[in-house]
Ligand binder design. Structure first.
Ligand SMILES: *Cc1c(COP(=O)(O)O)cnc(C)c1O
Length: 217
């Protein structure tokens, strides 16, 4: 478990970029990790976690939350509209708002509840056909559409193409956020979170560098 090392590298990258300590929060991505590794990170005092699938998170986190108060849970993977209800019950943030149909159903579901998780619009900066997210050219209109439906968008999330320089994608995401007045930038994973922090990430999502390699997924 190298939670402490990842955290200290984040602190160093923040200092390098003259950003205040704590300006980038660490989401520990616990998807498909064995329970004992997740418990070890909880026992070390960490409370911010990310999962990719509603069903997997629903099977794991209600019990962990009883044992470890104060957990904050983020959904990182694509959300099917038929899973919105359990997702709203489980997650404090949804980082994968990626299409109008989802935004519309979320807006309706949130109105009935009177509370809304923190929302991130996922941007497919590489315009990869297999990847979720709105295209960079459609991001402004999509954000405006969410706002028009009273969906409070807090920021943007990106997963850059694996074979490209991530810094270019992080910079593009930061630009889209800035022109839309969005404060939160979720970018950077195990291989590139320090770069992301230097480029303004307010949230990094780190799995294998904390927990070790995933067996699958
Ligand atoms: C799995 C995953 C991560 C973490 O990936 P690592 O390379 O293990 O750090 C981050 N973000 C998303 C959206 C993921 O699906």
């Amino acid at each position: 478990m190298s939670l402490a090392e990842v955290q200290s590298r984040i602190d160093a990258a923040l200092a390098e970029a003259s950003r205040p300590k704590g300006a980038a929060r660490l989401v520990a991505v616990s998807k498909v990790q064995p329970l004992e590794r997740v418990e070890a990170v909880l026992e070390a005092g960490h409370r911010l976690f990310g999962e990719n699938r509603v069903q997997e998170a629903a099977g794991k986190w209600p019990a962990l939350r009883e044992r470890f108060p104060g957990v904050e849970l983020h959904l990182l993977g694509p959300l099917q509209t038929n899973k919105i209800k359990p997702a709203l019950e489980l997650f404090d943030a949804i980082q994968s708002v990626d299409r109008p149909a989802l935004a519309e159903k979320l807006a309706a579901a949130v109105q009935g509840r009177g509370a809304c998780p923190q929302l991130f619009v996922q941007v497919n900066t590489g315009e990869e056909p297999q990847k979720a997210g709105v295209a960079p050219g459609e991001a402004d209109a999509f954000i405006a559409k969410c706002r028009a439906m009273d969906l409070p968008v807090a920021g943007l999330m990106v997963i850059p193409p694996v074979d490209e320089e991530p810094a270019l994608h992080f910079a593009l995401l930061a630009k889209i956020a800035e022109r839309n007045g969005l404060a939160e930038l979720s970018m950077g994973m195990s291989a590139d979170y320090e770069t992301a922090v230097r480029l303004g990430a307010t949230v990094v999502r780190v799995g294998s560098a904390i927990f070790g390699e995933r067996a699958y997924g």
